[in-house]
Write a protein that binds this ligand. Sequence first.
Ligand code: PEP
Ligand code: MN
Length: 280
Amino acid sequence: MASLLAKQGQEMLVSWDNRKTRTKIKVKSCVIGGKGLLLIAGPCAVESEDVMKETAFKVRGSGALMLRGGAFKPRTSPYSFQGLGKKGLEILAKVGEEMNMPVVTEVMDSEDIELVADYADILQVGARNMHNFALLRKLGNCARPVILKRGLSATIEEWLLAAEYILAAGNPQVILCERGIRSAEPWTRNTLDLSAVAMARELSHLPVLVDPSHGTGVRSLVTPMAKAAIAAGADGLMVEVHPHPEKALSDGEQSLTPKGFSAMMKELEPVARAVGRRIR
Ligand code: PEP
Ligand code: MN
């Protein structure tokens, strides 16, 4: 493949050839990139302490290890709910602590890195910011692991080079996340590219997660694609769960109920076992 990665393969920190062993990232008692799969669950946005608590309690009971929830939301329309900001971070961290679950949340602006890192165990770079090189560089100086979502129209190489920005700036703790790319298909919100999971794991030593919620935009497709993701080699999943999806302030149509999440976890077990992984 005539590519930047292939040309500079030996020098690239992100490349498999550079390490020839899978990177494992430890966050409190969780290990990302090992035999155990990392299950991150929670609502799209932090809406209230009650919603966070109910969701965390239920998904933890079904085997989720980490809690998600956006406090700074990248919304297509400036008039849509933008997240609770600092208040959202406070709620997320409080509930995470009470439930003994590390928390993941998005950082949208390089000026907010320190603030977000004060509350979150893992910082997420959203799809829309994958090409924000100033943000990526600054995350290189952050002591927290970073989940780097694939951009809406990014090639696998562009995604890995975005990870290289963070690694080259000094932060070795990067987790890739495939969340679907734009295609001509109108029935799904995005086209979940599972070949990118296998390819990224071939080209890089970094752990790779899959987000079947944004990857499909359709609640009924989340479980089938979660199973397929694990079969394809994903190191874990990030799934949106809301106790009342019809009332969710964002992404309700792709959110599982806690009951749906529990059912999904049961379906994932034999798939994980079949590929030599475990769910918890
Ligand atoms: C999210 O995970 O909340 C999110 C906004 O995802 P993405 O950046 O993949 O759209
Ligand atoms: Mn969402």
